[in-house]
Design a protein. Structure first.
Ligand SMILES: NC(=O)C1=CN([C@@H]2O[C@H](COP(=O)(O)OP(=O)(O)OC[C@H]3O[C@@H](n4cnc5c(N)ncnc54)[C@H](OP(=O)(O)O)[C@@H]3O)[C@@H](O)[C@H]2O)C=CC1
Ligand SMILES: N[C@@H](CC=O)C(=O)O
Length: 406
């Protein structure tokens, strides 16, 4: 008879239902491989009536968190509810009650990662979060295990599935922004409130986590520039293509000689760059290290089962630690206090969209160091322009959008 590990889920939406499905449908395979049996004994939801059909099938739904907290037989709590504040509270209570925690919640980790790590450490419990960045791609394990001895120079990625899905549908299917967003919501890729997706905040939260793991820097949301896809126009893709690029929402962090730089925004990605091939809800994370050189991680960045796969992998990793009675917590988010500053003197190329031809002419005649090429009535491509000049352009009310070269 295999030992049984009792698990509770906080949330039974897109991700929670996927975790339930994987742990129940693959039960015998997991037990055979891991020599451990899992029982999902409680699932917390907000609205019981929404889950009537599941309850009738015997799914152990509750709306009372204390039933989970006060059950000493539950060893692992899986937080897949979303939101930062309630999740933070429930994660802390669970760790303090002696339970290990798995979470997919980048909002809570980006805001409260230090605090949650400290509480986990104080209670000798594990806090795992593979699904919090790039859904089904095991990028957290790669950064915490595989690259631990290397010096990372760059982490740049398409780390939001919803926006990449919208961008792909707009550029390849000619769909409108609204149509594509509605479909992404229907498929369960978007957050409950998709504002964070389309305004780049979800990607920014994920970049905060990646930067902590890759470079050791602690960033906050207002420390670096963040923009999303809301300014995007269909015609921007044609202008980008004219210069040999596609447009992607990228979270990018680079350690350069000039300093450190981090940004989330729409970038011009050369058509031959591996990130240019990443389409729909798929994510790609490009990691460059001193020893490893260039590597690229690719896979589904959102969706029920791909994300559930990462969550279940964390549950299994914790069950190994329980089985081997490892008392030292695994805490990859553990804090260090490396300070950092945004490098200001970078030189790059950029595609700029302006309101009308007169505005183009006036901007082009301004003293710019680099070369300027015009495309149609509304675009100009600037070569060798400094970050400072781009920031000045950004402040000009005639400028509608600026797309930097990755
Ligand atoms: N969707 C995806 O592809 C991915 C999501 N994530 C993250 O995973 C988490 C879950 O996402 P997702 O499954 O899409 O979200 P959903 O909105 O689909 O599901 C959320 C679930 O949590 C429950 N819930 C929410 N708030 C509370 C509360 N205060 N008390 C009790 N139950 C609550 C909801 O209850 P009810 O059903 O009653 O409404 C629902 O069952 C989020 O942090 C998200 O960012 C990470 C990677 C990918
Ligand atoms: N809304 C997110 C879900 C996964 O993190 C996304 O679209 O990437």
């Amino acid at each position: 008879m295999e030992p049984t590990i009792k698990v509770a889920l906080l949330g039974f939406g897109t991700v929670g239902s996927g975790v339930y499905q994987m742990l129940t449908e693959n039960k015998s395979k997991i037990t055979q491989k891991k020599q451990v049996d899992f029982e999902i004994c409680k699932i917390l939801v907000g609205n019981r009536t929404k889950h009537q059909a599941a309850i009738e099938k015997g799914v152990p739904i509750t709306t009372d968190f204390s039933e989970i907290l006060n059950d000493p037989t539950i060893q692992i709590v899986v937080e897949v509810m979303g939101s930062a504040e309630t999740a933070r509270e429930y994660i802390i209570h669970s760790l303090e009650a002696g339970k290990h925690v798995v979470t997919a919640n980048k909002d809570a980790l980006a805001l409260y990662g230090d605090e949650l790590t400290r509480v986990a450490k104080e209670n000798n419990k594990n806090l795992f979060f593979e699904a919090s960045v790039a859904g089904g791609i095991p990028i957290i394990r790669a950064l915490t295990d595989s690259f631990i001895a290397d010096s990372i120079q760059e982490v740049s990625g398409i780390i939001n599935g919803t926006t990449n899905f919208i961008i792909s549908r707009m550029s390849e299917e000619g769909e409108s922004y609204e149509q594509a967003l509605a479909l992404a919501q229907e498929k369960g890729f978007a957050e409950a409130d998709p504002t964070g997706d389309v305004e780049g905040l979800d990607a920014a939260r994920k970049l905060i986590i990646l930067v902590k793991l890759a470079f050791g820097y602690r960033m906050k949301l207002d420390d670096f520039p963040v923009s999303g896809i809301t300014q995007l126009k269909q015609h921007d893709f044609d202008a980008a293509k004219h210069y040999g690029f596609t447009l992607k929402l990228i979270g990018s962090a680079k350690q350069l000689e000039e300093g450190f730089t981090a940004r989330v925004g729409m970038y011009l990605v050369p058509l031959a760059h591996p990130l240019a091939m990443v389409k729909n809800e798929y994510n790609g994370v490009f990691v460059k290290g001193e020893a490893i050189g260039e590597t690229m991680f690719y896979g589904p960045g959102a969706g029920s089962l791909p994300t559930a796969n990462s969550v279940v992998a964390d549950i299994l990793a914790i069950s190994d630690r329980i089985k081997w009675q490892q008392t030292e917590s695994f805490l990859p988010l553990v804090s260090n206090d490396y300070s950092w500053h945004q490098a200001g003197t970078l030189v790059t190329d950029a595609l700029v969209r302006v309101g009308d031809q007169e505005a183009v002419a006036s901007l082009v005649s301004q003293k710019l160091n680099g070369e300027v090429s015009k495309y149609g009535a509304d675009y100009m491509y600037l070569s060798n322009i400094t970050e400072q000049q781009l920031e000045e352009l950004e402040a000009n009310e005639r400028v509608e959008a600026i797309y930097r070269k990755l």
